[in-house]
Design a binder for this molecule. Structure first.
Ligand code: GLV
Ligand code: MN
Ligand code: MN
Ligand code: MN
Length: 424
């Protein structure tokens, strides 16, 4: 395919410099002394001050590249090379929000790498037939409102705008109030994309797992994205005096919840597939004092699988296990499902374009165990993903790292893929 393409030269050093600048838009500066992680931590939560400052900087970069920038009522940012009114664009992009105490590559490589792919095509004199549009999605991470991919869910109609508007943050403020206070106006429902907006979509991302590095490969050609489920539990028991309440009389909510966490782990381990994974990442006992028995515990569940049916079977097993623990310990547990999404298959049009674009590099076909906005983009247009290796497979940690050469390979493959899709 590339015989018809001009020579594309990616400026990977520039992307790395921009990633480093992006990392300075952060609520967290240094990792506290004594922790094993050597680098600066990043925290950029949606609609907080660092997020808004980052958006202004990023918009400037896009305008410098001659792109037409549009921001929808969700805060999703579109930067287009080509006719602003034309349908059938080729899309790329990812997210720039970052969970607390994380690193500088998750999502950002796909946003700034997408921008560099466009600049590299411009420098090469490429003339796209279809517009090429870079998207920075709002809140891929669930940090503030408990829901991942809120921007792409509304864009693709995977979730009603009204449901997203009503989500609340830990301070009880609604998504709608917070985004308006942050300067994003208009009807959230208008963030829904027209059905013919995109001809295809491709997202560049770090693998966030160890396989590419372990096997010494340059590029992962993603064929499917795993099915995530998120839920929140509340366990109610009986509190009391840590000295005075005798053990046979206790209904300790924390002990019950601790057993539930282990039942959740066991459900993943016994599914018969390594692809079933569970995480309890938040666990809050009340009242949280050393000499007071917990009467209440709130905890979260993150459950994922590449197979939707197996994910659902694990979910059923978890609920049965929790019911049994409640009965045995005389406590109650309620839960709320925040999202339960099916897996997505990547589309041959994009998978094949990525495979062609990676000619000359070492590759493997792989699946994404992390979720991405592409999980939802796949519902409205042919979608695929390009993975690059990251050190030790580490992500969602301050010491997350992808090398300049890995980023350069990823951006080159992305640029060639965009070129192919924008001329077909
Ligand atoms: C989001 O980053 C996720 O996959 O958890
Ligand atoms: Mn992430
Ligand atoms: Mn990500
Ligand atoms: Mn993700």
């Amino acid at each position: 395919m590339n015989a018809t393409l001009p020579e594309i030269a990616v400026d990977a050093a520039r992307v790395v410099a921009e990633l480093k600048k992006l990392a300075t838009f952060s609520a967290e500066a240094e990792v506290p002394a004594g922790l094993p992680e050597p680098t600066t931590a990043v925290s950029r939560v949606v609609f907080t001050e660092p997020d808004l400052a980052m958006r202004a900087w990023f918009t400037g970069l896009c305008e410098e590249a001659g792109l037409t920038v549009r921001v929808d009522p969700m805060g999703n940012t579109f930067a287009r090379w080509g006719d602003p009114a034309a349908s059938g664009a080729v899309g790329t992009g990812s997210h720039n929000d970052a969970i607390p105490h994380s690193g500088m590559y998750d999502g950002t490589v796909g946003v700034l790498g997408g921008l560099e792919a466009i600049r590299a095509l411009q420098r090469a004199g490429f003339v796209p037939v279809r517009p090429i549009e870079l998207v920075m999605f709002t809140s891929e991470e669930p940090t503030r409102f408990g829901l991942g991919c809120s921007g792409s869910r509304v864009m693709t109609g995977a979730m009603e705008a009204a449901e997203v508007a009503a989500l609340t943050d830990p301070e009880g403020r609604s998504f709608d109030d917070v985004r308006r206070a942050a300067g994003f106006s208009g009807d959230l429902a208008d963030a829904r994309l027209a059905p013919d907006h995109f001809h295809a979509f491709v997202e560049l991302h770090t693998e966030q797992g160890p396989l590419l590095e372990r096997e010494g490969l340059d590029i992962g050609i993603v064929t499917a994205i795993a099915a995530p489920l998120a839920a929140e539990f509340e366990v109610l028991g009986a509190g009391g005096h840590a000295g005075a309440v005798l053990m046979p009389d206790r209904h300790d909510a924390l002990c019950a919840a601790a057993e539930m966490v282990l039942a959740i782990e066991a459900a993943a381990k016994s599914s018969g597939a390594v692809d079933t994974v569970t995480t309890v990442g938040e666990f809050t006992p009340h009242p949280g004092h050393g000499n007071s028995i917990a009467n209440r515990v709130r905890f979260t569940l993150d459950l994922r699988d590449t197979d939707g049916d197996r994910r659902d079977a694990a979910w059923a097993k978890i609920r049965d296990g929790i019911d049994a623990i409640c009965a045995r310990r005389g406590v109650t547990a309620t839960h709320r499902v925040l999202n339960a999404d099916p897996p997505a298959a990547c589309y041959p049009l994009v998978v094949d374009a990525v495979a062609d674009a990676a000619a000359g590099l070492t590759t493997k076909r792989t699946i994404s165990r992390a979720y991405h906005d592409s999980l939802f983009m796949a519902r409205v247009c042919p979608t695929g993903m390009i993975f690059i290796p990251c050190r030790g497979g580490v992500s969602h940690r301050p010491d997350e790292f992808a090398s300049e050469s890995a980023i350069g390979h990823g951006v080159l493959v992305l640029a060639r893929t965009l070129a192919r899709l924008a001329t077909s």
